[in-house]
Structures are given as C-alpha cells and as structure tokens.
Design a protein around this ligand. Structure first.
Ligand code: UTP
Length: 632
C-alpha cells in the first residue's frame, strides 16, 4: 500500500452528455472492428474515444486477425466498467483530476486544522476495561465481521496466502482459524449472555482478490470452515483497476499483452463498495444486526481487543470507532486526528505520520507532533481495525455507493512531472471511510495497549532485520513472540507468577522470549474468563509451554516447568491441579535461507523441538477432577 506523502485525494461521480455521433470514431483501427462488438461494447468503445483513449486501439489488426483477443479486450473493459462506482468514465475523470492536483503539488489538507478527537484510552484489566469487555460481549451477537484479505503481501513475500500462515508454531494454528474460532467463541458467549438470541450465527465476510480468492476458498473448505457453518461465511472478490500511463490519465496497456489493459490493486477501501453492492448490509439490518467490524489478515492479537472496543462503541454510541495503540510522536504509524476546515467541514480520520507533523507545524503548533505528559503523542496510532454502527453505515453508503476518497501516488521520472517511472493507478483505503461523513457523525477511537492488541505480520526477515532498534519488526518472528508475550502478561495480571522473558535473536531480530502460553478462544475471551479459569497459586517458568484448548477447563494451583498440553471437548468439565516438570519444548535456530525447511517455519528463524511433554486429553463427555504431579 502506498504511503500518502505525495498523494492527493478525490472521489466524484461524473455525468457526461450523450455522445455526439457527428464526431466519428477518431480511431480507424477500432472503427473497422466494430462488427465484432456487442451493443454494450460499442457504447463502451464510444466512451473510451470520448475520453481520448484511442491509443488503446492504435495497434489493432484488420478484422479477421486477433479477433478473439479484441473481444476479450472488451470483456475486460466491461468488467472494469462494472466494478467501479460510476463506471470507467468516472475512473478516468477522477484520475485526471487527481493527477492534475498531484502535478500541481496540491496539499489535500490545505485549509484544515488538526486537533485531538474524542476517544477512550483503556488499560487492560482495570475496572473500566472489565466493564467495556462485558458490554462488548453482550453486543457481539449483533455484529458481523469483515476481514480484508485481498492483499498481495509483497513485503512479507510468503508463497502462500497470509491467512494460511500459522499465527504461532506451538499449536500451528493459522490466522484464519484463530479468527474463525474467536468469532465462534464470541457468538457462544454473547448468545449465552443474551438469553433468547441463542440461534444467532455471527456472519463473517472475507474480501479476497484474484491473488487470494481460490486459496482462501480452499483453506476454508479443506478445514470444514474451521467449525463455522458454510453459509455463515461469504467471500467477496475485489477487482483490480486500470493502470494510468501518464498525467493525462491515458490508460496503460499490459506490456505483455497488447489487447489487455494493465491492472493493479485498488486497495482495501474497495470493501465498502463490495459490501454495499452485495446486499448483505440490508440483510444484516433486517435480521437485527447493529455492528460491522473490519479487520486485517495477520494480527494474531486482535480479538483480545475486540470485546472491550465493541463495548466502547456501544457505550459511547460511536458510529465509527477506530482501534488504536499508543503512538510515540513522529512514530511511523498514522495518527487518528480530527481535522476542521475553514469552511466548517470536520472529520476524524487517519493522517499518515509524514503528513501529521508538517500539518501541525503549518497550523500553529510550533513543535509539530510531540509527546504529552503520558509520554506519547496525543494522536493515537491507527491499527486499521474499525467498528461501524450498521444503521448510519448503510445510510452513508446509500449516498456514496461505498465509493471511498481515492488518492494517487505516481513516481515521476523527473521534476518536470510529465512521465512516470512505471504506470500508476488510483487507490483507496478502508480507513478513509469517515472522510465523507457529516460533522455530526459520532467518530471516535479506542486505544489499547500495543502488547495486547497489535502484532501484524507484514515484513520478510531481511527487511525486518534492518529495522532500527526499538521499532517494531512486524515479522513472523515478532508476531509469534507477541502472542506468547500477551498471554504471559494477561496471566501475570490475574496473579500468575511468570518468570521474566529471555532475549533471543532470530533471523537478525532481537526479541523477548516469554513462556509459550497459548489458549483457544473458547477457553477465555476476556480478562474475567481468564481470572475465573486459572485460580490459586500458579507459577510458570520461562522455558515452559502451556496449551489449553477447551471451553470448560479450570486450572488451580498450577506449577509448570516444562510442557503441558490440555485438550478437552466442550462437554468435558475438567478441574486440574497440575504440577508438571519435564524437559519441555525448546526453540532451535533455523536459517531463513535453508530452503529444505518449510517456508512458514524458516521465516521465523526458529523451529520448536519437542523434547518432552505432559498431554492431557478429555475426549469423552463427563466431569473430571484431576490433581497430579508429573516429573520426568
Ligand atoms: P497491507 O498493508 O498489509 O498490504 O494490507 P498488502 O497488500 O497485504 O501487503 P503488501 O503491501 O503487498 O506487503 C492491509 C490489509 O488489507 C488487505 C490485506 O490483505 C491486509 O489484510 N488488502 C490490501 C486488501 O484486502 N486489498 C488490497 O487491495 C490491499
């Protein structure tokens, strides 16, 4: 996704008068081939000529040669036209305007003054947090989840889709499974809390693209939808948009196929138009849903933050709630900012870090973006997870059809800004949805601790190793370590004695190694769940591994120095008091470049060696009460 440094935003739908036939076709090669085209395709050909795109046909052969290719060219044009709000003509007009603004160096924030918007800053485990978690669980059965997963993941460079990547390798659970199981656990907990709503199945929409669609479908099917009902999951595929060859918005031909327009991804902002046109939003409204939660493909911690932030949305009646983390001034992450225009416009949006500081300086804040008394910038860091109130969302999309303010980020060949290094295209971002809202819209944020809420996997090992010390790696290594850290910290908060982490270096990245603690979402979703299920005097050594999978497992007086794995079906009520000591599971270094090792392992720089473990399995319904010492 492009940074917004030199971007200019705009979106509008254009209306153009009917074509003037007296002008002719202005493209003899096209005119000769009109007989190949359907009536609709001739209309589109007319539109392309009116929009000065005759270069697309300059190389067209005489009728009888390449006819199939010519027809498929127009099949593509039809598709491009249908998948853009306002059609291809609007796309060209918007591109022309944005490219003109870009060339002129127009600042999209001219006339706007930044200020700190209203929001809630939460501290994990305190009274306020618990109150919001409870409120969020109550609301969850009225929510739908939308996962944007159409991205190429070029920075990560993983051969598979990101959703199939293990979030951690202790259990090997992939991101999609974590997400689905978390939603199912929320569904169960919420329906229980709202007696009478027991039959609700929380919908999950996954936005895919040509790059991810079939592999996402396959991942779901081959895993029986990870326990969801197949009709609970909807896949919506986003289409790419036409590339632009120059500042006049001439469409670019594909360098490897002259009868094809080159296309590139339009960005995750497509999700709003796709949801709108799918008809799902109205269905959800009719069935009584109130919330739509948007999230991304590789954040293994996200669902730790969902109950409380949904609780904030409900309690504060936010139409838009952006999840955020504390952000150091000038840190390379967008800041949630309120912008007020001289003409009265006001919006709360994400402002990229490289725009926020200059904007503050230009509007009277002489020091720009600086930390306040909390040690952090007052503009919290956007993590691109949004909670929208369904009613106002539908109202807004009825006006915009889901079109999101776009931007263009051309890489110019030189300062004359006349030609590009390579073709560009318009892009849009999911988090820019609030840009078109009226000032009366209730837009806010919820700040969570980073360790609890945010550990995306975006960077390959080589790039991560180059990250300056103290900055987040956002790699598969750091993403996995963050899960162990979060679980360890949560247990510390409920009173478990957890030995301090050790420092390790994997694939050139220095990370903290906490005990490898993982639990299934149905074991505990909230702080209070953990507190109820892990009681007494518990202690866990740094070298330990603890896996707990099952809804009804209660552990008291745990003493763990090694590996303990507990699996129980939901119908098994298990009470354990285990004292376990064994050689456990350890990390062994692996080389990123050693292609004999599976890619999903070597991108972490370690593999888990299972020396010894205690495994407890309860696969029959019943009540179990077990107190045991296992020392080996
Ligand atoms: P990222 O910023 O991680 O981008 O997207 P990316 O395209 O996946 O990866 P790079 O930039 O090529 O390395 C954030 C989220 O938005 C989704 C991604 O799948 C991820 O969940 N996304 C991104 C889309 O759904 N569609 C897009 O066109 C782009």
């Amino acid at each position: 996704m492009a940074t917004a440094e030199s971007t200019i935003q705009k979106f509008s739908t254009v209306h153009v008068d009917e074509a003037d036939d007296s002008q002719g076709w202005a493209s003899p090669p096209l005119e000769k081939n009109l007989g190949l085209l359907s009536t609709r395709q001739i209309e589109l050909a007319r539109m392309l000529i009116e929009e000065a795109q005759q270069h697309l046909f300059a190389h067209w052969a005489e009728p009888g040669i390449d006819d199939e290719k010519k027809k498929s060219f127009f099949d593509q044009v039809e598709k491009l036209d249908a998948s853009y709000p306002g059609g291809l003509r609007s796309y060209i007009h918007n591109a022309r305007q944005l490219l003109t603004d870009s060339k002129a160096g127009k600042n999209p924030f001219d006339g706007f003054t930044p200020s700190v918007p209203a929001g809630e800053v939460l501290s994990f485990g305190d009274e306020n947090f618990i109150k919001f978690e409870e409120a969020g669980i109550k609301e969850a059965c009225d929510a739908a989840f939308v996962l944007v997963a159409g991205g190429l993941g070029e920075r990560l460079g993983y051969g598979g889709i990101k959703l199939a990547l293990p979030s951690e390798t202790t259990t090997g659970t992939c991101f999609l499974q974590v997400y689905v199981e978390s939603i199912l656990a929320l569904q169960e907990a919420s329906c229980k809390q709202n007696e009478g709503n027991v039959d609700r199945h929380i919908p999950l929409v996954i936005m895919t693209s040509d790059d991810t669609h079939s592999r996402t479908q396959e991942l779901l099917k081959s895993n029986a939808y990870f326990g969801m009902k197949s009709n609970q999951v909807h896949l919506l595929k986003q289409e790419k948009v036409a590339c632009l060859a120059d500042t006049d918005a001439n469409l670019a031909l594909d360098p490897s196929e002259k009868y094809k327009i080159q296309t590139k991804p339009h960005g995750h902002g497509d999700v709003h138009a796709l949801l709108y046109s799918s008809g799902l939003l109205h269905k959800w409204q009719i069935s009584g849903l109130k919330w739509v939660l948007f999230f991304q493909d590789t954040n293994g911690l996200l669902f730790k933050a969902i109950p409380a932030s949904l609780g904030v949305s409900a309690s504060k009646d936010f139409h838009v709630n952006s999840l955020a983390v504390p952000r150091k001034a000038k840190e390379a992450i967008g800041g949630i900012t309120q912008l007020t225009h001289e003409d009265g416009r006001r919006m709360v949006i994400n402002v990229e870090y490289n725009q926020l500081d200059p904007l503050l300086r230009a509007t009277g804040h002489v020091n720009g973006d600086v930390n306040d008394e909390t040690g952090y910038s007052p503009y919290p860091g956007n993590i691109n997870q949004l909670i929208l109130r369904l009613g106002p969302y539908i109202e807004e999309l009825s006006k915009t059809q889901g079109a999101i303010t776009e931007f263009v980020n051309p890489k110019y060949k030189d300062s004359s800004k006349t030609s590009f290094k390579s073709s560009t295209r318009l892009e849009c971002m999911m988090q820019d949805y609030p840009r078109t809202l009226l000032p009366s819209a209730r837009v806010g944020f919820t700040v969570m601790d980073t360790w609890l809420a945010y550990a995306p996997v975006k960077s390959n090992p080589e790039d991560a190793a180059k990250v300056p010390k103290g900055n987040p790696y956002h790699s598969a290594t750091s993403g996995e370590m963050a899960i162990y850290r979060a679980h360890s910290q949560i247990l510390r908060k409920v009173g478990v004695k957890i030995e301090d982490p050790q420092v390790g270096i994997f694939n050139g990245q220095e990370v903290e190694i906490w005990p490898r603690i993982v639990w299934s979402p149905n074991w505990a979703l909230t702080f209070l769940d953990v507190k109820k299920k892990l009681t007494g005097n518990c202690e866990i050594s740094q070298k330990s591994t603890l896996v707990v999978k099952g809804a009804n497992i209660h552990i008291n007086d745990l003493s763990l120095d090694g590996a303990l794995i507990v699996n129980a079906i939901d119908q098994a009520e298990v009470k354990l008091s285990p004292h376990v000591q064994n050689n456990g599971w350890i990390f062994e270094h692996v080389d990123y470049k050693d292609t004999s090792i599976p890619e999903e392992i070597r991108i972490r720089g370690f593999a888990i060696k299972k020396n010894d473990q205690t495994i407890l399995t309860y696969d029959q319904p019943g009540k179990y009460c077990v107190q045991f010492h296992s020392v080996s």
